[in-house]
Design a protein around this ligand. Structure first.
Ligand code: NAP
Length: 311
């Protein structure tokens, strides 16, 4: 579908993950003219997970691709249009907001819901991408269960890494927590439980130098002590990289309030500092970034978009 310069949508949603398609479902079902702009393929981070088993209603778990595609079909059944194009910039100043795309020109809309998500930060190791899903993971809560009674490495020292290490310590035989400094960044609340977990080994002042494989699967990592440069090889079955996320907000070029991490500042109402513009899912400031919290945001944003449109 191409952009139509004459057309003004009621609701334009940027990003076709679970938050975006839930907003679209609610908004098109309520009779609003709704479009989703998606850069590549729908589903967002959800498609990186083979089996999602913490989304309610699927006792056997659900394939990330299937759930994404079903969410899209569910919204399109009520008239949501999906436009495959990259959003390069937005102009949020006027009452009719403009979304500039890479290939189809501009899309105009009375309200905008931003659902562009956040990508995990990568370590940048040579084979990191190649091993994705085969021993290298960015989400302990999604993929940890594949390593029951195994040995895993968690990289990072923030709240995510520490809560991932704790979560994995209940499932796995042993967890190495590799942090580049000698103190954790994670808040105090995590310190007591993590120190009490007897199967977590702390590897401070350490970075991963390489990940090695056997039969195409992760078999060991080599850590490097940042003070002494001494290398240590550790056998393991998986590496969970938990060094923060990069919210996809560059295209906003300063038009919405962001926090220091680049996330759009919005509370549970999903309202941003610009009237008629909402932020949902992983791209907004929130404590728990999961499919279930993303879909909840989508419904809330559609509700407030409807309220805005009926003023
Ligand atoms: P974060 O707080 O930014 O921490 C990232 C960690 O990764 C830091 O320890 C950092 O080391 C390390 N790191 C960054 N780049 C690295 C690299 N290239 N190599 C090795 N280590 C690297 O990110 P986060 O833990 O994902 O948390 C993100 C936000 O979500 C935070 O605001 C956090 O408080 C919040 N959160 C809250 C909860 C909760 O309260 N329950 C749970 C999870 C997340 P340095 O310390 O040396 O910089």
């Amino acid at each position: 579908m191409g952009a139509d310069m004459e057309h003004i949508y009621d609701v334009a949603i940027i990003g076709g993950g679970p938050a975006g398609y839930t907003a679209a479902l609610y908004s098109s079902r309520a009779g609003f003219d709704t479009v989703i702009l998606e850069k590549m393929s729908v589903g967002g981070q959800m498609t990186l997970t083979d089996v999602i088993d913490n989304y309610p209603g699927f006792p056997q778990g659900i394939d990330g691709f299937v759930l994404s595609s079903d969410m899209q079909k569910g919204a399109e059944r009520f008239g949501t249009k999906t436009m495959y194009d990259e959003v390069v910039s937005v102009d949020l100043k006027s009452e009719i907001k403009e979304i500039k795309t890479a290939f189809s020109g501009s899309v105009f809309s009375k309200t905008i819901i931003i659902a562009t998500g956040a990508n995990p930060r990568e370590l940048g190791l040579e084979n990191e991408q190649e091993l994705l899903g085969r021993g290298v993971h960015y989400c302990a809560h999604c993929d940890g269960r594949f390593y029951k009674d195994k040995v895993v490495v968690v990289v990072g020292g923030g709240n995510s890494a520490v809560s991932d290490a704790l979560y994995l310590s209940h499932l796995c035989k042993k967890v190495y927590l590799v942090h580049r400094r000698d103190v954790l960044r994670a808040t105090k609340i995590y310190h007591d439980p993590i120190m009490k977990a007897d199967n977590i080994e702390f590897c401070y002042n350490s970075v991963l130098g390489r990940i090695d494989t056997d039969n195409d699967k992760v078999s060991s990592v080599t850590m490097i002590d940042t003070k002494t440069s001494i290398k240590r090889e550790v056998e393991c079955d998986a590496v969970f990289i938990s060094i923060g996320r990069k919210p996809v907000t560059e295209f906003l070029s300063g038009q919405l309030e962001l926090d220091s991490g680049g996330y759009i500042v919005a509370d549970e109402s999903t309202k941003t500092n610009v009237d008629g513009v909402f932020a949902v899912g992983d791209v907004r400031t929130k404590v728990l970034r999961q499919v279930v919290t993303a879909v909840s945001d989508g419904a809330v944003a559609a509700h407030y978009a409807e309220e805005y449109l009926s003023r």
